[in-house]
Design a binder for this molecule. Structure first.
Ligand code: IZC
Ligand code: ZN
Length: 424
């Protein structure tokens, strides 16, 4: 078979080898590393990896040979929890937050998510698209090649659809692959504060079938939290979603230990996200039901809250993934490398565990493990060249961008930290 391109002279190739299921316990600390390696690519896929120049495939004058100059290669990073598409920003609430007003109180006063709902309603599709594209470029520059994107800033059909359409268009236009999640149950509009049920009926009977029929989202998520959607309400919404063919995610036990982790196990959600206040019993139930704990340490950092018990989860054999939660309220940053550094500094995970958590385990978290998450034959040629000597260094030298180059589907899309793909 003729090879389109070979990237050679990779100092260390970290494959994050797929074991056929999310990594748990001690496996999370295992990375397969090949020194002095090459990657051979054809039609955007990895067709061979190996050491030195020991190619088994046919290299001829058509094959492009690129020199990685001894840098470290990892799979393209995966950000498996983002609120990518939204209007406006919330710096007007920043001083309030700094003076100690809780996140949920700002929401109950009609701010927080509800303020972003207003900005999103007011924004045109073009404006939402341009803003989200800028964020996606930034994610790519930090090494992210696949991301999840949630709706949830409409809370009525028209704006939810607007958000999802923008995200779907962006997913097709932009080099970063997007996975779409319907999060209509993200907050209770003010007019339903005293009686949630009519709003829940609109979500379940009107919005969910429409979104599904239009093929705009494959996952359904609920913000299950004290003062937002209760455990019973969440169970009702997610059970209906499951019947309609959605895969499930849940914002669980972020602030109060409500039993979101237990519910995630009962409903066999693919992931339960946040979990800063999850109970030990809940985590055990998650482990028994193969629910991935998607931890978002950037949010703990931004809200000045305790970090989730990642060590306890790993001890209990819960598979852990990490993601940004990029959103205008509790994590206004697209920098997944900083989130990874917080994985070590805040969650006390090892650098190896962190790398598995943003690659192969993150791929399972969004049901993309067949195509991304590790550097292996048959998977997409999505990988990053980091200007670092080893994996430890990537987590140790914090707050800067270590990316040198990013390849997406075998195409160079970031060079010297800047996006270079043909502008869309
Ligand atoms: O806009 O505040 N946690 N939803 C649940 C968010 C954060 C997004 C936001
Ligand atoms: Zn979120």
């Amino acid at each position: 078979m003729r090879v389109d391109m070979v990237i050679k002279n990779i100092g260390s190739l970290v494959t994050c080898k797929d074991l056929g299921r999310p990594k748990v316990g001690k496996e999370m600390n295992e990375l397969e590393i090949i020194e002095d390696a090459y990657i051979a690519i054809k039609d955007g896929e990895i067709i061979e990896i190996g050491k030195n120049d020991d190619y088994k495939l046919i290299i001829n004058s058509y094959t492009k040979i690129e020199d990685a100059k001894g840098l470290l290669a990892t799979p393209g990073l995966i950000d498996s929890h983002t609120h990518l598409v939204h209007g406006g920003s919330r710096e007007n609430e920043f001083s309030k937050k700094l003076s100690g007003v809780p996140y949920i109180e700002i929401l109950n006063q009609g701010g927080g998510i509800l303020s972003t709902v207003n900005s999103t309603k007011e924004s045109s599709e073009e404006k939402l698209y341009d803003k989200a594209k800028k964020s996606l470029d930034r994610m790519l520059e930090f090494g992210v090649t696949t991301a999840e994107a949630k709706s949830g800033y409409g809370l009525e059909l028209e704006t939810e659809l607007k958000q999802l359409k923008v995200a779907n268009k962006l997913g097709k236009d932009h080099p970063v692959d997007l996975v779409h999640t319907f999060l209509g149950a993200h907050a209770i509009p003010m007019e339903y504060k005293e009686n949630h049920q009519p709003f829940i009926d609109i979500i379940v009977d009107e919005m969910m079938p429409k979104v599904k029929n239009l093929g705009l989202a494959e996952f359904c998520d609920v913000f299950c939290e004290d003062g937002v959607f209760s455990i019973e309400e969440t169970e009702y919404i997610l059970s209906k979603a499951k019947e309609m063919g959605y895969k499930l995610k849940i914002h669980a036990d972020e602030i109060v230990s409500l039993g979101g982790a237990e519910l995630a196990g009962k409903l066999q959600c693919i992931s339960a996200d946040h979990l800063m206040a999850a109970s030990k019993d809940g985590l055990k139930i998650m482990a028994q039901n193969n629910v991935i704990a998607n931890i978002l340490p950037g949010t703990s950092f931004n809200l000045n809250k305790a970090y989730a018990d990642a060590r306890g989860m790993i001890d209990l054999n819960v598979a852990v993934s990490l993601s940004s939660d990029y959103n205008p309220g509790s994590c206004p940053s697209e920098n997944l490398q900083f989130v990874m550094q917080l994985g070590c500094l805040g969650l006390k995970m090892t650098p190896n565990e962190v790398l598995n958590a943003v690659t192969i385990n993150a791929a399972y978290c969004i049901d993309r493990e067949k195509s991304v998450g590790s550097i292996e034959v048959g998977k997409k040629a999505d990988f990053v060249l980091f200007d670092v000597p080893n994996v430890e260094y990537l987590m140790y030298h914090f707050g800067i961008n270590h990316v040198h180059k990013v390849y997406k589907d075998g195409v160079l899309v970031v060079d010297n930290k800047r996006v270079i793909y043909n502008n869309i």
